[in-house]
Design a protein around this ligand. Structure first.
Ligand SMILES: NC(=O)c1ccc[n+]([C@@H]2O[C@H](COP(=O)([O-])OP(=O)(O)OC[C@H]3O[C@@H](n4cnc5c(N)ncnc54)[C@H](OP(=O)(O)O)[C@@H]3O)[C@@H](O)[C@H]2O)c1
Length: 300
């Protein structure tokens, strides 16, 4: 065994912090949570049955593993602040949705201190009940001479619960995340704002709802109730997202032109390009069936 069982979560009173506190506690770790708001921290620690500590140094100096689970923009500074207090051979990891700055700081940390640095991105939110078949993105940063064994041991824990591990690099992570998080979030925010700008109420529109509108609406409504700050950061702080936005702008212009000129041939062209693109996808064949499965839930 490379890793000990003392585990501290900075931001342990947050949505993801609570999910992972519960998870690590269930797996026999001695969990301590840290955050700034003392009242909230104490209450949550009591509810979860874990320890809490307000002082940052005390939070991390005895930890074998430190997880940082605070908003994206505060994460790099937090890592810089705590790594000098960490034990030799301990492991630190973040779970931010954008990696550029965090990765840079972790990379410096393991060169300066005798610690192991890892960067994780769970592809699920605090609503999760069971990790099975959800994706965990892993970026290896670097560390001591036992780095790979330490990381393997740690990842085995997640694997044993059925999490699907996607290992990647910094550049690929941020580029792909701009598409898999930024784009669907944006489309749903825009969907609701587009409807709003027509001055039609949603309840009135719902009286006219077809299947696609209903599903799209539920989807958008689930997103718009989530963490605004994080959704904003995922789009604003990711340089790759801006490039995609420019692509999108051109696509909209092209689309508008197709509609304006009543050009069914070009419409057919853009439609079939979408079809060709998705044909080989693993969900393609059954997507219409899934669609009606989701509908069934909404119609019950
Ligand atoms: N939510 C998701 O769906 C999701 C999915 C994947 C990854 N993530 C990542 O998970 C991380 C946490 O997200 P979350 O949704 O759990 O956020 P959250 O619910 O807002 O929780 C943030 C936590 O961090 C603490 N905190 C905030 N600023 C801090 C600071 N400067 N120093 C110390 N503690 C601070 C907060 O408590 P105090 O305010 O009391 O300090 C709270 O405990 C983010 O990096 C996010 O990108 C989130």
């Amino acid at each position: 065994m490379m890793l000990g069982k003392n585990l501290t979560i900075i931001g342990g009173s947050g949505g993801m912090g609570r999910v992972f506190s519960r998870y690590f506690k269930q797996h026999g770790f001695n969990v301590t949570i840290n955050a700034r708001n003392a009242k909230k921290l104490r209450q949550i620690a009591e509810d979860l049955g874990v320890n809490y500590e307000l002082d940052l140094k005390k939070s991390v100096e005895n930890a074998d593993i430190v997880m940082v689970s605070i908003p994206i923009h505060s994460t790099p500074k937090m890592i810089e602040n705590i790594v000098p207090f960490m034990k030799e051979n301990s492991l630190i990891f973040d779970i931010t949705s954008i990696k550029r700055e965090t990765y840079r700081v972790l990379n410096i940390a393991h060169n300066k201190f005798h610690i192991n640095c890892l960067s994780l991105h769970p592809m699920f939110g605090p609503g999760i009940k069971n990790f099975k078949n959800y994706t965990l993105i892993v970026l290896r940063v670097g560390g001591t001479k036992h780095y790979n064994e330490t990381v393997e041991e740690f990842l085995d824990l997640f694997k044993s619960d059925g999490l699907v591990i996607t290992e990647t690099t910094l550049e690929v992570h941020d580029k792909h995340i701009a598409l898999t998080l930024g784009v669907p979030h944006m489309l749903n925010i825009l969907f609701l704002n587009l409807l709003k700008r027509t001055n039609e109420s949603l309840s009135e529109l719902t009286r006219y709802t077809g299947t696609t509108f209903l599903l799209q609406k539920v989807f958008a409504e689930s997103i718009i109730q989530r963490e605004m700050e994080m959704f904003g950061e995922i789009q604003i702080e990711n340089q790759d997202f801006y490039t995609i936005l420019e692509l999108f702008e051109n696509l909209i212009k092209e689309y508008k032109n197709i509609i304006k000129t009543k050009d069914l041939k070009r419409f057919s062209n853009i439609f079939s390009q979408g079809l060709e693109y998705s044909k080989k996808d693993i969900h393609f064949e059954n997507s219409y069936k899934y669609f009606y499965k989701f509908m069934k839930i909404l119609k019950e």
